[in-house]
Design a protein around this ligand. Structure first.
Ligand SMILES: C[S@@+](CC[C@H](N)C(=O)[O-])C[C@H]1O[C@@H](n2cnc3c(N)ncnc32)[C@H](O)[C@@H]1O
Length: 248
């Protein structure tokens, strides 16, 4: 399997990728929320309009890198996602609007309902022909199977299935200090969440492009699942962490 890290600004990095050469793209950009990344990379734009203009620039380029049957997942804040959704639906077919929800980080909002989820869009280039390995992502069913009920809609009646294909609401705990996968980074995504995306939307030997790689957790998942990997990240510190975590 090939594992590649590109240390570059996102626009330069994407331009190094050959058009239509990628099977799956995962994008987890800065959300314009004022987070501080290493090497003075600040997650802050002059205005929402400036931020969205920047997103559109690299998103357009990224779509060109996907092959004709490729898939793309993009994360962002609840506030920004409607702009991305409208942009993306003119260029690809949005198959699912996923909600990733998690437990509270401790501080409870007192004047509004605290934010406990992030949206993820799952889009494909060809709405009829794309990879979706539903059998590889089955989860334990919380339906009748647990109570050993019979499903009388089946002829003859059968026990309820113990496994189901996940819907579009996903629960994964956030990565916390002292968890085995934890890296010092303000927005590391859980490997379990990334694993579901890779298993469902790519096959062994496929190529996954990870924009804004951060801790390179996606690279680790790709290595474990025998996918080729290309990650693009601007921060020298995170790139160094990436080389170490991917044992390159
Ligand atoms: C939301 S984090 C990604 C987290 C990553 N998915 C993970 O699980 O660790 C965004 C990343 O984008 C990087 N970044 C910010 N601006 C960038 C740019 N213009 N080009 C490339 N990377 C950038 C930051 O250093 C940060 O690591």
């Amino acid at each position: 399997m090939s594992m590649k890290i590109i240390k570059a600004d996102i626009l330069d990095g994407i331009n190094k990728i050959i058009d239509k050469s990628v099977d799956l793209i995962f994008i987890d950009p800065p959300y314009n929320l004022g987070k501080k990344y290493e090497n003075n990379i600040i997650d802050c734009w002059k205005s929402d309009e400036e931020y969205i203009k920047w997103v559109y620039k690299w998103l357009e380029l990224a779509i060109n890198k996907l092959n004709n049957n490729g898939s793309l997942y993009i994360m962002n804040s609840v506030q920004n996602m409607p702009y991305i959704d409208i942009f993306l639906r003119k260029r690809m077919c949005i198959k699912s609007r996923i909600v990733w929800y998690y437990d509270s980080s401790g501080v409870q909002a007192k004047k509004h309902y605290g934010s406990l989820y992030e949206p993820i869009l799952f889009a494909v280039k060809n709405k009829y022909k794309y990879t979706f390995n539903y059998k590889d992502i089955l989860t334990e069913a919380k339906t009748g199977s647990i109570r050993n009920l019979m499903d009388y809609r089946k002829k003859p009646p059968q026990k309820y299935n113990t496994c189901k294909v996940p819907g579009n609401v996903w629960y994964f705990p956030r990565v916390r200090y002292k968890m085995q996968e934890y890296v010092k980074h303000p927005s590391q995504k859980p490997e379990a969440l990334l694993e579901r995306i890779v298993l469902a939307s790519s096959n062994k030997g496929d190529t996954v492009l990870d924009l804004f790689s951060g801790t390179f957790s996606m690279g680790r998942v790709c290595k474990k699942l025998d996918r080729n990997y290309i990650g693009i990240e601007k921060s020298k510190t995170y790139v160094k962490i990436g080389y170490k975590r991917l044992e390159l």
